[in-house]
Design a binder for this molecule. Structure first.
Ligand SMILES: CC(C)(COP(=O)(O)OP(=O)(O)OC[C@H]1O[C@@H](n2cnc3c(N)ncnc32)[C@H](O)[C@@H]1OP(=O)(O)O)[C@@H](O)C(=O)NCCC(=O)NCCS
Length: 331
């Protein structure tokens, strides 16, 4: 049986730690408000001059080293981000040049907090179809340049942080390891509940002088709608994934969910009746790093020595679009 499996994993966060107290000096917020509503204690911000592809490079090199492969062993790059280096070309191309691979294909994925799972699922399909053998799947974000650090933007600004995570997905001939099942969903009717209008191609020119003072420059969110849909869809998705993959909830060692809000993940775990400790979180340290959240948490879990070969893992994501998805895999 031809499958794909995670051969190597790596992550990177920029060194600068930004606490809730630091944010409360920029806008009307508090450590207490942020902790109780979201679970976030601190996040990382990249310095001026650092690009999304720079964070991705660090994470990718660590994933390659973990896989015991060289850049020349890669056949393809899938890069998930909502904060690309530039409007075009895709950030995968910048990463490819920095890594020094040959002229392998690079595909950027624009699916926000579900971006990594969309990329992983596409990489899995390429490998199972026999097209490629080793694919680098990266999720990386620099949010800190595009947040409104005033009271107007405080609901969004406190949530997000910068970071990167990567896996090398490789061909596996056998039935004992690898990705067993993936699910991808979207509902574009809710696109306006979490979006950023800064590139409005209907405007001629698409950037106007007054944009700099307009709220369209920043991401905006209907937090309650996002919260409600995230909980509902993640619960349905978990149940659907285990039913389709024909496994039981108790067979899953860890759920590695997207990190949008600790309360979302706690509510999902409780309503599914999962035992305490099965749903993993690290949002406390990094906030929401969008496409990087899942591989970052996977890498931390792996490096903490919590994963053994054969463990069943459920990756779950939900985000802007709305988009949501899962991957069930045997480590
Ligand atoms: C953003 C979120 C934490 C807000 O929590 P909430 O309980 O819904 O809070 P509300 O939006 O009802 O706001 C309550 C009050 O806090 C205020 N507030 C918003 N952000 C604040 C902040 N950072 N600090 C202090 N007060 C804040 C609001 O203005 C509101 O004030 P009001 O009652 O005077 O109008 C929550 O809705 C959420 O996490 N949603 C999901 C977000 C998400 O997951 N996004 C990413 C998806 S991938």
């Amino acid at each position: 049986m031809l499958r794909s499996y995670i051969r190597g994993v790596g992550s990177y966060v920029p060194p600068r730690v930004v606490t809730n107290d630091e944010l409360s000096r920029l806008m009307s917020t508090s450590d207490e408000w942020i902790r109780t509503r979201t679970g976030i204690v601190e996040r990382r911000y990249a310095d001026e001059g650092v690009l999304c592809s720079d964070l991705a490079l660090e994470a990718s090199q660590r994933a390659l080293a973990d896989a015991g492969l060289a850049p020349s062993d890669l056949d393809f790059i899938l890069f998930a981000t909502l904060s690309p280096d530039h409007h075009f070309p895709g950030t995968g191309c910048y990463l490819q040049a920095k890594m020094g691979t040959s002229s392998i294909g690079c595909l950027d994925v624009r699916n926000q907090c579900t971006g990594f799972l969309y990329a992983l699922s596409a990489a899995d399909a390429f490998i199972r179809a026999g097209v490629y053998e080793n694919i680098l799947v990266v999720g990386a974000e620099i949010h800190s340049s595009a947040l409104d650090f005033t009271d107007r933007g405080r609901d969004v600004a406190v949530l997000f942080g910068d970071g990167a995570g990567a896996v090398v997905l490789s061909r596996y001939d056998g039935a004992h390891r690898g990705i067993l099942h993936t699910e991808l969903h979207a509902d574009g009717r809710h696109a306006r509940a979490l979006c950023m209008d800064v590139w409005d191609i209907s405007k001629k020119p698409y950037i106007t002088r007054d944009l700099i003072d307009s709220p369209a420059l920043w991401p905006r969110m209907d937090g309650k709608t996002v919260f409600k849909h995230a909980v509902t869809e993640l619960i349905k998705l978990f149940q659907q994934t285990i039913a389709r993959a024909q496994v039981r909830a108790e067979d899953i060692k860890y759920v590695i969910p997207h990190q949008a809000n600790l309360r979302i993940n706690q509510m999902v775990g409780e309503q599914l009746g999962l035992p305490h400790g099965k749903v993993l979180n690290n949002i406390q340290k990094y906030g929401n790093t969008t496409a990087a959240s899942i591989p970052l948490l996977l890498d931390e879990t792996y490096r903490a020595g919590l994963l053994e070969e054969g463990d069943l893992l459920m990756l779950l994501g939900f985000g802007s679009g709305f988009t949501w998805g899962s991957a069930l895999l045997r480590w």
